[in-house]
Ligand binder design. Structure first.
Ligand code: RUQ
Ligand code: CUA
Length: 680
């Protein structure tokens, strides 16, 4: 306790002394003397914090940053970030402000520690939901995870579920935040790539997914590039979420056919704009590239026009149209044809300058902020004006497919001069917006305007901060909800260049934690991400998450979220042969498996039900079978099933892969596979 007091007494030295020279000049300051006066009996805190700072070459700013991010052992972070894991196919769970990695949730990619797709029947079943459709012979073993989306109630995070998309294969996954495990993977049957996903509507009625790169509908229907305009299409899908079941219900989901522009990021309207959704797009040129055929490359063809189309969807009305049976079925999915969508008033366009990317709705739902990658502005649209333009038919024309284009000057509220290459915007609780500026490598803080903020500096940039380097998305605490928290933002930088020790030519990305609670933004911490390229991240208050510490009952199957009728239990362990099938019920507890000997014949089908019967927190056991490519993670209470053919005769130890007890090494057994024919 005395140690802490000493440190606290020293704090003013650092807080006041902003100049780097201070460490030497403060040496004999009153503060230090004061600290000394409070007693020198402290054992843990060394005589002078200042000495450590000087020895480590830390400036007072550094020390303040360190104090703001340090979480002592046994204490918890205030916020949790869910970061898309990019190519890793996972989701990273990170504490804020410590920036400690808490977990990598296995989603689309095998992950042995969690026993994900390394033997457990449950995980294999979930992963195979994401296989290519119509028997297309391709197993997908990786994903490009882009945008996580926490479930919402009334536009605010509720901490129950997380959705992520796979841009590379147009898949959406559902993660249950009771156990932080993936429960479902949906492969969109009609489209092959997505990007505007996953974004939820304010009460998680739907999970939104839009196509990125247009292809014929469905994608495995061949059409050459010369048929681009006629045959290629985009798609927006509203995946219906059944909160009770914790699953997307494809039988209640629907898509809307779109022109073959490349639909990009989306955001759902909230509060006043609830019921609407907004998605950006590029390639209104319908450029078809072909550098090898002497055509302009995509990058040039797609940037020819000054503006592209921001899609405005009335999803509440689309839901009605779908329920009236006006959608057509394609591969089991309901699709509202483009003509129907136009006739029913489900889709409007607004022009956005210069290859837009991000689109973000302000907390009150009044403004829609869109950014052009080749622009210096964020273009802000007023929802009220959009509604007025739709009502009074203020259109400047139609696109090539007949979609009405709302008159730009009638719907645009403001163009805010941000800097070169603005991408994504988040918000705080004081009327500020934070926009990532890619080309400049800065984070721009600017003021919204009335009614969200009323001041002389409305619609102007008030501060800019360099970030290292090439910022993609930015996340702020609950910064895309109806009630942002302020406090922190994190710059999600694509390049780290010189920020970390070199680890070969492949560099990590750089997450930079920024304190936004003061008058000026302050950089607090650099976190390397060396596992894949995250795109979007959401940051939720830690106390909104209520994860289980152990599974609620012994024999729990995480896939059904209930006790498995086939779960093994103590006293009921057994091995039953039925023809060529050997079924095993095995209990797992520190520090033994029961049974320990499994004798089968070559060619037998083996089904093993394993239950970790422990109730103690953290008492996880693994279950690996050598040579059979099996590893399970059995968390306290969990039941899991593994199935394999004993096709290799011989002796195969199985063992626990978690260091669970002093006799963990002894926690093993043998799989004995008798050969059909003894070797002669
Ligand atoms: S989105 S920054 Cu901008 Cu998928 Cu990657
Ligand atoms: Cu159980 Cu090691």
């Amino acid at each position: 306790m005395k140690g802490i007091k000493r440190l606290l007494a020293l704090l003013p030295v650092f807080l006041l002394a902003m100049a780097p020279v201070c460490f030497t000049s403060c040496k004999n300051s009153g503060s230090e003397k004061e600290a000394g006066d409070q007693g020198t009996a402290a054992v843990d805190i060394p005589a002078s914090v200042e000495e450590i700072a000087v020895a480590r070459g830390l400036s007072p700013k550094d020390v303040i940053a360190a104090l703001k991010t340090y979480i002592p052992s046994g204490k918890y972070d205030d916020y949790v970030m869910f970061a898309s894991g990019g190519h890793s196919g996972q989701v990273f769970v990170i504490g804020v402000p410590s920036m400690r990695l808490l977990k990598a949730i296995a989603v689309f990619t095998p992950e042995p520690w969690q026993g994900w797709a390394t033997g457990s029947l449950e995980s294999q079943e979930i992963l195979s939901q994401g296989d290519m459709p119509r028997g297309i012979n391709k197993k997908l073993t990786w994903a490009d995870v882009h945008h996580p989306s926490l479930s919402e109630t009334n536009g605010d995070y509720d901490g129950q579920f997380l959705f992520v998309n796979d841009k590379a294969n147009a898949r959406v996954a559902v993660i249950d935040l009771r156990d932080f495990e993936t429960k479902q993977i949906i492969k969109n049957p009609n489209t092959i790539s997505d990007h505007g996903a996953s974004f939820v509507t304010p009460n998680t009625e739907y999970v939104i997914e839009t196509t990125q790169y247009s292809a014929p509908l469905p994608f495995d229907e061949y059409a050459g590039m010369d048929e681009y305009k006629e045959k290629y299409r985009g798609l927006i899908t509203f995946h219906k979420f059944d909160r009770e079941k914790g699953r997307i219900d494809e039988s209640q989901s629907f898509s809307i056919e779109l022109p073959p522009y490349w639909q990009d990021l989306c955001d759902a309207g909230k509060k006043v704009s609830e019921g609407w959704a907004f998605c950006n797009s590029i390639n209104s040129e319908m450029a078809t590239g072909g550098i090898n055929e002497g055509n302009p490359p995509y990058e040039a063809g797609i940037s020819q026009k000054e503006a592209d189309y921001l899609h405005v969807f009335n999803w509440k009305k689309a839901e009605e149209v779908y329920k009236q049976g006006k959608a057509k079925k394609l591969n089991g999915m309901s699709i509202i044809p483009l003509d129907t969508a136009i006739a029913e008033g489900l889709l409007y366009f607004m022009t956005v300058p210069k290859s837009p990317h991000g689109v973000d709705v302000s907390p009150n739902g009044n403004f829609i902020v869109a950014s052009g990658k080749l622009d210096t502005h964020a273009t802000v649209y007023s929802f009220e004006k959009i509604m007025d333009a739709i009502k009074n038919n203020k259109v400047e024309g139609k696109d090539a497919f007949g979609v009405p284009i709302l008159n730009f000057s009638d719907v645009m509220e403001k163009q805010v001069e941000i800097g070169l290459g603005p991408l994504h915007t988040q918000f705080d609780n004081a009327g500020n917006a934070y926009t990532s500026v890619f080309v400049e490598s800065t984070l721009a803080k600017w003021k919204l305007g009335p009614p969200d903020y009323d001041g002389p500096d409305a619609w102007t940039v008030v501060e800019k901060m360099p970030v290292q380097y090439n910022i993609g998305h930015v996340v702020c605490a609950e910064g895309d909800t109806v009630a942002p928290d302020g406090k922190y933002c994190v710059a999600l930088n694509k390049w780290s260049i010189d920020r970390f020790l070199p680890v070969g030519p492949l560099h990590p990305q750089n997450f930079q934690l920024i304190d936004i609670s003061g008058k000026n933004m302050q950089l607090l911490y650099d976190m390397p991400i060396g596992v894949g390229e995250p795109h979007y991240v959401q940051m939720i208050k830690a106390d909104k998450l209520k994860p289980w510490i152990v599974y609620p009952e012994v024999g729990f199957n995480p896939m059904t979220m209930s006790v498995d009728p086939e779960a093994a239990s103590v006293g009921n362990e057994r091995i039953v042969r039925n023809g060529d099938t050997v079924e095993v019920w095995m209990s797992v507890i520190r520090s033994h498996f029961n049974p320990e000997h499994i004798s089968v014949k070559e060619g037998d089908k083996v089904i093993m039900h394993l239950t970790n019967v422990e109730r103690a927190r953290d008492a996880t056991h693994g279950f690996a079978i050598d040579g059979y490519n099996v590893n399970l993670s059995l968390e306290p209470g969990e039941s899991s099933t593994v199935e394999f053919t004993a096709d290799k005769p011989g002796v195969y130890p199985f063992y626990c892969t978690e260091f669970c007890s002093a006799l963990h090494l002894e926690m093993m057994g043998y799989l004995l596979v008798q050969p059909k024919q003894p070797k002669s």
